[in-house]
Design a binder for this molecule. Structure first.
Ligand code: MD3
Ligand code: FE
Length: 223
């Protein structure tokens, strides 16, 4: 909100929700505002069940830095990083058990969001679950560990809002910034599949359902 002046209508209504809305942000990238909102309780219940079996952890990068984002996965494959490098793995290295199955409600949400954005027949085999506490961030990177770049990636944001950076094919391309809010779904594929992107440090706050955190799901065809 602006300081020292009457609030704008846009500020007063910024937390109201006027139903799902599609915003095309780049070729092959669609931001489906509020697409997951109606399912928030089911989503949180299945995420809690996954996390009970495969707890969040702060993994180490090959360079020896501990990630501020805590991660786990479900589905046939999960993404892991340690001093050996990063890769998709069928088992959780912490427990040596297979990752929990991808709950149907998660798979169906990702498939329907992909279809809404124009990607028919999306068959995700991995769902990465990222948890941001206040201050956690994700530096600019490309997602290129997946086998199939023809498949899109679908991201679901829950909890506190975050600012994501949407860059270009070179790390030096100046990123554009967008806000991702509770229930927003972002689908990116095609020309945009390999662009650099990241998330700025999470601003502290209190979300009515999730408290002081943000959870992001990303569905991929990894294997
Ligand atoms: C696609 N996660 O897990 S997802 C990741 O919010 C990852 O946890 C972020 O990047 C997160 O690999 C971002 C949404 C996103 C944001 C920016 C993008 C997807 C993007 C920019 C270009 C392409
Ligand atoms: Fe990414």
């Amino acid at each position: 909100m602006r300081k020292g002046s009457a609030p704008l209508a846009a500020d007063l209504f910024e937390n109201l929700f006027d139903g799902p809305r599609r915003e095309d942000i780049a070729p092959g990238a669609a931001l489906l505002h509020g697409f997951a909102r109606a399912q928030e309780l089911e989503l949180m219940a299945v995420i809690e069940a996954v996390v009970a079996r495969a707890p969040f952890r702060h993994m180490m990068t090959p360079g020896g830095h501990t990630m501020s984002v805590a991660m786990t996965s479900c589905g046939r494959a999960g993404w892991v990083t340690d001093r050996r490098g990063y890769r998709y793995a069928t088992h959780d290295p912490a427990s040596e058990l297979p990752w929990p199955e991808m709950p149907d409600v998660l798979r169906e949400l990702a498939v329907s969001a992909a279809a809404e954005a124009g990607f028919a027949a999306f068959t995700p085999d991995a769902c990465l679950i990222n948890r941001y506490a206040p201050g956690a961030k994700m530096a600019l990177h490309q997602d290129k560990d997946e086998q199939d770049f023809a498949a899109p990636i679908v991201s679901v944001s829950l909890g506190l809002p975050a600012v994501f950076q949407f860059g270009g094919m070179a790390r030096s391309d100046k990123p554009r910034r967008f806000e991702l809010r509770h229930g927003d779904v972002l689908v990116w594929g095609g020309e945009t599949r390999l662009v650099y992107h990241g998330v700025l440090a999470l601003k502290d706050g209190e979300h009515p359902l999730l408290g002081r955190q943000r959870i992001n799901l990303t569905f991929r065809k990894a294997l």
